[in-house]
Design a protein around this ligand. Sequence first.
Ligand code: NDP
Length: 451
Amino acid sequence: MSDVTATAIVEITAPTTWGRASKAGWDKTIGAFLIVAAVPTWCHMNWIALEQYDGSITTAIKAALDEGAVPFAFRHFPQLSIPAMIGYALWLLLQAFFYGYLPGTLCYGQRTPGGHLLTYTANGLLAWAITHVLYIGCSFLGVLDPAIIAKHWEGLLVAVNTYGFVLAILAQWKGYWAPSFPEDRKISGSIIFDFWAGVELNPRFGKYWDFKFFHNGRPGIVAWTLIDLSWAAYQYQRFGYVTSSMMIVTLFHFIYVVDFFYNEDWYTRTIDISHDHFGFMLAWGDTTFLPTLYTLQTQYLARYPTHLTQTQALALLAFGLTGYAIFRSANYERDYVRSKDGKCQIWGKPAKFIRCKYNTSDGKEHNSLLLTSGWWGVSRHANYLADLMQAWAMCATCGFTHFLPWSYFFFMSTLLYHRSLRDEKRCSSKYGKHWDEYCKQVPYRIIPGVF
Ligand code: NDP
């Protein structure tokens, strides 16, 4: 792109309705129903396979087919545990307390289709640090068994699932009857699709208590690294050692989670917070799916240790850390260039970008820019590719004998590919011909030179 085009303000504006699609036909309804039924089943099958079928998901599925789905579910599904329920309720209250009362930085999200620019208090890093100091400190003092989460995993699975479903139902009810920002709500005409995809974009209690920001970050992502530590302690208690594979995957998860909280301000302008509505996908996904699926590698290694050679360990570390470096710099570049309105350097040269305008449904016009240099000039979602490099390295710590610990990599590949399609559709309706121009200048979607 020439510098002239880069700085030209294009007069044609994009359509005003660039938020999520408003209507859902029978295809989306059936799709939503199948996903809502399938993903909790998948989450439970992983536990059954780990606990009862030597970590083999295929053997567990075969047993379910042989026994019949209903008898299999009655015999093998996790059982309710009152201590786990109480423990999880206390966990939610603790994180809600931290979210509401710890000091933090005030930050701004992305402007919504209804024209709102919401504020958030980013105090997640402090909440994460205090939680971990408490957990590790109490473990050292002998007040807490560090493997407590692992040992109550069955009951916790029931607790998180119950909460995820209840939260999604409440979110849908609130969306219909007491929306925080009615202009940003979507009612699709299908109750099932609304349940899955959400009605409200930013449901809040009062002015500041943000359902989505809290649930997306706190109960699940703070727990992620605690769960890993607990499974590492479980491996130690069971085998008398902690493998390098366990240490490496835990390190990767720590980097990912600390990065998330350190950059919490940036997170308010990502798709989760800016564009996805709060329904089952986020409510159940962040409270249940994330802590159970994203920790599968440590759950697996705690029971079935993998021993890496020194070369393998170093190669995995190098690959995963390279993925992280690209992930961080790509995500940073987008935010940085926008915050400087393009007047900055990327990779040692003046940033290249396309200036564009878009409208919100209150009729107002706003400016934005699409970066075309740095990682955003390599492919349109280089940050997704870098995420997948990390996911691959995390899963590879478990070796190649079972599919189960690789679920995270295959899930992330599907999620990010689908996300890129969704995102590009929305960007195209938001920015119109400027998005077409961006796609022309940066032709590859995710993997440069491939697609
Ligand atoms: P991005 O951070 O990639 O944001 C996409 C948005 O950026 C678009 O909607 C558009 O928004 C804007 N944009 C697109 N192209 C450009 C450009 N060239 N220049 C400037 N802005 C542009 O999306 P995500 O929120 O999906 O991802 C954020 C990170 O989180 C990624 O690294 C991803 O891998 C990771 N992630 C991790 C998940 C996990 O479960 N571990 C799940 C999902 C994501 P606008 O309307 O502002 O123009």
